[in-house]
Design a protein around this ligand. Structure first.
Ligand SMILES: *[C@@H]1O[C@H](CO)[C@@H](O)[C@H](O)[C@H]1NC(C)=O
Ligand SMILES: *[C@@H]1O[C@H](CO)[C@@H](O)[C@H](O)[C@H]1NC(C)=O
Length: 362
């Protein structure tokens, strides 16, 4: 009888523990500045967001390395899945139990291609983000054992956001860039997509089984491009053409991968559509403008960096763009709300709430 009680207690503890790990599903983030939580703070690079007014609306009101006035897209996803924000992989605080929350490997300035963002010098390119992910898995295996570590990775949610810089900080960085002399735009898009496909397969090989893959926003409509390339406030036609070619091919590539792998591993997030809604009708979303950045200088506040010397809007919630390239905290929240409950127009083949319901049943 006593031993039965012991078994029951142990079983209870086991079930309790199992539920606890389920509630705290790990979250891994890869990609560029849209999702970097502060890795670049630890690198010798000019692509950084570690000075005010970045972070002005973050709970600490201090810069963190996020390219936002407050939370960014991964932070809002962490909230949706009920976990704390992931730490940057390079943070010295990421040790022990904290490793089980997941990690953020993203680095501002990077692209699918290694030659994207060369001007930022020392940034963590995609192959290196994956090397760190392998190293992370070894550290977790040392903590909880090989099998548990593998399970933690297989059951995790993964986000990858990359590709915009392959246009902005490569093909269109300077007139007659090396890549634009090498490829016509449609051929370049095909090439970037084929390299992106290899990256997604590497993520699969590293154990990822639920991966949110975002497209690019409307690249030609960000304040930086309005300032640089537009005389009348219209989105840059060339960059819009690039995004218009890239995003649909990304979705097709993802469909192909899933059917090859026989499972819905990769989920296409149509950020182009969500952003486009803000841009065509900002007032409907409570923004006074989607053209002018909150922080910056020059036309549309779109030139140069956001620094302590820049114009800063008093109410960040009514601007769709925080700086010349990055959405405001409130726009980030709206993007993640679409990820969570959006229809198939925004999320293919399903949204995050459906993923969470499905995966909690396994
Ligand atoms: C990027 O560089 C790494 C390391 O040198 C290499 O393994 C990888 O194939 C390169 N990727 C591309 C797209 O050239
Ligand atoms: C997305 O989420 C909503 C509710 O949260 C649900 O009703 C809807 O069916 C979902 N759509 C897809 C395509 O998964």
């Amino acid at each position: 009888m006593a031993s039965l009680v012991v078994v029951m207690v142990l079983l209870g503890a086991f079930i309790g523990h199992h539920q606890a790990t389920e509630a705290a599903r790990a979250f891994f983030v890869f990609g560029d500045s849209l999702v970097d939580n502060g890795n670049n703070n630890y690198l010798a690079t000019t692509a950084r967001a570690d000075a005010p007014p970045y972070g002005v609306d973050y709970p600490t009101h201090r810069p963190t390395g996020r390219f936002s006035n407050g939370f960014n897209i991964p932070d809002f996803i962490s909230l949706k899945i009920g976990s704390e924000p992931t730490l940057p992989y390079l943070s010295p605080e990421l040790t022990g139990e904290k490793l089980l929350v997941g990690a953020n490997f993203a680095s501002a300035g990077i692209g699918v291609l290694n030659d994207t963002g060369v001007q930022f010098i020392n940034i963590i390119r995609m192959y290196r983000q994956f090397q760190y992910f392998q190293q992370y898995q070894q550290r977790v295996a040392a903590l909880i054992g090989e099998d548990q570590a593998k399970q933690l990775v297989n059951q995790a949610l993964v986000l990858i956001t990359v590709g915009g810089n392959d246009f902005v900080n490569n093909y269109y960085l300077v007139p007659f860039s090396a890549r634009s002399r090498q490829y016509a735009l449609p051929d370049y898009v095909t090439y970037v997509i084929s390299e992106y496909r290899k990256l997604l397969l590497q993520l699969y090989d590293l154990g990822a089984r639920r991966v949110l893959v975002t497209g690019t926003g409307p690249l030609g409509c960000v304040p930086a491009e309005l300032a640089l390339r537009s005389s009348n406030g219209q989105c840059s036609a060339e960059l819009q053409r690039a995004a218009g070619l890239f995003n649909p091919q990304l979705i097709e590539m993802i469909k192909g991968l899933n059917s090859e792998l026989g499972a819905d591993i990769f989920i296409a997030v149509n950020t182009q559509q969500t952003h486009y809604n803000f841009i065509t009708n900002p007032q409907a979303f409570g923004f006074v403008t989607s053209k002018v950045a909150c922080c910056g200088q020059g036309p549309y506040n779109g030139l140069g960096l956001c620094t302590a010397a820049s114009n800063l809007c008093p109410n960040r919630d009514i601007y769709a763009f925080w700086d010349a390239f990055h959405p405001s905290e409130r726009a980030n929240k709206m993007i993640v709300d679409q990820i969570h409950t959006g229809s198939t127009e925004y999320m293919y083949p399903m949204n995050l709430s459906t993923i969470m319901a499905l995966d909690s049943r396994v």
